[in-house]
Design a binder for this molecule. Structure first.
Ligand SMILES: [Zn+2]
Length: 347
C-alpha cells in the first residue's frame, strides 16, 4: 500500500483540487442565477472573440468561407434574382467608353459648325492665357516702335504740307504761295490750289451728312493780316491799355502778321450756315463736331486745339483748319497733337 499510495498520491491531490474548484464554482453560482448567467456570458464572449482568429475566417475578400459562398450562390439560384454575367472589358474597350463623352462633344461641334473639339487641361488653358498676355505686352512696344519708324520714314521736313508757321517761325521771305480760286456765287476766294479738291470733297461729305459748312477767310495776304491785327490793337487801346499790353493780347486772338497760316493759303476758317460766329461755341455745333471727327480724312487738322494754348500761343479756335495731308492729319488728330508737338515728335 505504501508504494502504491505514493504513486496515486499526485493524481488524487490534483483530482481533489479540481473537484474542490468545480464545487466552489458550483457553490458560487448556485447562490444566484444572475451570477451564473454572467459567468456563462463572459465565457461565451471569450470564445466568440477568439474564434475569429480561426484560420477558416482568414480567407481573402472578407470573412466568407467557401461553403458560405456556395450556399449564397445556391440561394440566389433558387430565387428569382439573376446575376449579370461578369463582363471582361479590354483596355481598348475602356478607352472607347471614355471617348463617348468626346464623341458627344464632336456631335455638338458639328451642330455648332465647329470643325473639331479637343480636350484641354485647365493648366493648358491658363498657360495659353499667360502666353497670350505675355505676347500681347511684348508685341505692343515692338508694334509702336515699328509704327514710329514708319511715321518717321514717311514724314519729311521739307514737305510743303507740313510747314510750321508760328510766332517763333515766321513765314520765310522766299516762300511762294501758289493760289487757286474757289469760285462761289458771291465771288471768288483764294487758297493754295493744291488743297482745293480735298476741301471741296470735305464740304461735299459734310453736306451729305446734313451739315452745311461755310468757308470764311481762306487766304489773306500780309497787308490784310496787318489790317486785322492793327484793328485789334486799336480796340484794346481804346479800352485803356498800353500799346505793349494791347499787342500782347491781340497776338493771342489774331495771328501776328507774317506768322499767319492764312498767308500760306493752307489754312481756312470754317463755320456753318446756321452758326457764323468765330468763337468757342462753334465747337459744340453739329458742324464743329462733324469737322473734328472727319477733318483728318481730308487732310485737315484743328490747328489750335483746346488745352494746347501754352504751346501754340493761340487761344482755342474750333473753326481754324490747317491742311497737312492725310497721313499727318490722321496722326495729329488721333494722338491729339498740335502741329508744334507733331514736329517735335516726328520731324
Ligand atoms: Zn483762321
Amino acid at each position: 500500500m505504501g508504494r502504491r499510495s505514493r504513486i496515486l498520491r499526485l493524481p488524487a491531490i490534483i483530482g481533489l483540487a479540481v473537484t474542490m474548484l468545480f464545487y466552489q464554482i458550483y457553490d458560487y453560482c448556485r447562490k444566484g442565477t444572475k451570477r451564473f448567467a454572467c459567468t456563462i456570458f463572459i465565457l461565451c464572449c471569450f470564445m466568440v472573440g477568439n474564434s475569429f482568429s480561426f484560420p477558416v475566417f482568414q480567407e481573402e475578400k472578407g470573412f466568407v468561407s467557401d461553403s458560405e459562398k456556395e450556399n449564397a450562390v445556391a440561394a440566389v439560384a433558387a430565387s428569382d434574382i439573376t446575376l449579370a454575367d461578369e463582363q471582361k472589358v479590354t483596355y481598348e474597350e475602356l478607352e472607347m467608353l471614355e471617348d463617348e463623352d468626346v464623341l458627344d462633344g464632336y456631335e455638338d461641334a458639328e451642330l455648332h459648325g465647329m470643325e473639331s473639339v479637343d480636350k484641354y487641361l485647365l493648366d493648358e488653358i491658363l498657360n495659353a492665357e499667360e502666353a497670350e498676355a505675355a505676347e500681347a505686352t511684348q508685341g505692343e512696344p515692338e508694334e509702336a516702335e515699328a509704327k514710329g519708324e514708319e511715321k518717321e520714314a514717311v514724314f519729311d521736313e521739307s514737305d510743303w504740307k507740313l510747314v510750321l508757321i508760328n510766332k517763333q517761325h515766321p513765314i520765310p521771305d522766299d516762300y511762294t504761295v501758289t493760289l487757286g480760286p474757289i469760285k462761289t456765287i458771291k465771288g471768288t476766294m483764294q487758297c493754295d490750289e493744291r488743297i482745293i479738291d480735298e476741301l471741296l470733297s470735305m464740304m461735299q461729305a459734310a453736306s451729305e451728312d446734313g451739315v452745311n459748312l461755310a468757308i470764311c477767310s481762306p487766304y489773306r495776304d500780309f497787308a490784310w493780316q496787318e489790317v486785322l491785327f492793327n484793328r485789334k490793337i486799336k480796340a484794346y487801346m481804346n479800352k485803356g491799355m498800353s500799346y505793349m499790353e494791347a499787342y500782347k493780347i491781340s497776338s493771342q486772338a489774331v495771328t501776328v502778321p507774317g506768322a499767319s497760316e492764312h498767308q500760306l493759303g493752307l489754312a481756312i476758317d470754317i463755320v456753318s450756315d446756321v452758326y457764323i460766329n468765330l468763337d468757342e461755341g462753334f465747337a459744340e455745333t453739329d458742324a464743329g463736331i462733324w469737322l473734328e471727327e472727319h477733318c483728318a480724312e481730308y487732310g485737315f487738322v484743328l490747328r489750335y486745339p483746346k488745352g494746347k494754348e501754352h504751346i501754340t500761343s493761340i487761344e482755342f479756335e474750333p473753326w481754324h483748319f490747317r491742311y497737312v495731308g492725310k497721313e499727318a492729319a490722321q496722326v495729329i488728330m488721333e494722338e491729339n497733337l498740335c502741329l508744334e508737338e507733331f514736329w517735335e515728335k516726328y520731324l
